[in-house]
Design a protein around this ligand. Sequence first.
Ligand SMILES: Nc1ncnc2c1ncn2[C@@H]1O[C@H](COP(=O)(O)OP(=O)(O)OP(=O)(O)O)[C@@H](O)[C@H]1O
Ligand SMILES: [Mg+2]
Length: 290
Amino acid sequence: MSIIDFEARAASCATAAPQPTPLVSLRDVHLAFGETEVLKGIDVEVKQGQAVSIIGPSGSGKSTILRCITGLLRPQRGAIEVGGVRVDGLRTESELIGLRRRVGFVFQQYNLFPHLSVLQNLVISPVKVGGEPRARAEARARELLAKVRMEHKESAYPGELSGGQQQRVAIARALALRPELILFDEVTSALDPEMVGEVLTVIRDLVQDGLTCMLVTHEMRFAEEVSDTVYFTEAGRIVESGSPARLFGAPASERTRAFLQRASGASAPRKGAPDPIETYLTFDPLRLAV
Ligand SMILES: Nc1ncnc2c1ncn2[C@@H]1O[C@H](COP(=O)(O)OP(=O)(O)OP(=O)(O)O)[C@@H](O)[C@H]1O
Ligand SMILES: [Mg+2]
């Protein structure tokens, strides 16, 4: 199809104005650990190219929502779709690997492979999981390192990098499998303040490039700046959602207002020791591929 055909088709689609199907949709998602209900009817939609932030108090279920989207956790009720695939219906390891090639996930703990150089950290999954020729994977890895401004460190080992540098490499590694969607779970919470900005700059660039992103963050100003939609969670429910201007400027709920007031008074909570559950659940395509 020529560019002109493509433009004509795009124009005719525009006049028909169909609502784009969301890339991600959660409908009435309920999840409990034993007797403890953690998600109590979550509805979220993310359209292609959007950046959506989830904010809310500690323990309100933000990370659990992201883990459900990657298939790491399975809800007891409700439906989760990513790109037309029912995630809650996936059963086999190979189906889950298929999903995780499409959904990148970056955590607070960067979990780079310590015995591999920066470049090899980016190359290993596309080669071993994606079956890409090594030379092509290396060329792409170099492009991605340039994107996260880490091209000068391709031969370094993770232990030789600062936290912010490691997190930027972790973002590049998540991009190496060419995901359609990337999930960021508090990726700056473990960083020293001076490194937060460099990681946020990388995420801002990705959002501007049109990559579909979901961000769980305590960086309220950043969420306000980059998001198309913000969701506020409390005790396993979405209290409200809306444009950042509306949610931050004129929150409908008293609970959102109180949370935002507390968040603006205190700087972002920083965490110390890694959460063992998070470490255990960390997405590692190689582990899954075994
Ligand atoms: N594997 C698990 N087993 C039992 N309870 C869990 C498990 N994972 C999470 N929880 C509980 O579920 C609730 C929601 O946890 P979640 O990690 O989603 O919160 P969060 O909003 O991401 O919090 P934070 O801002 O501190 O990261 C918490 O009460 C947590 O203790
Ligand atoms: Mg969390």
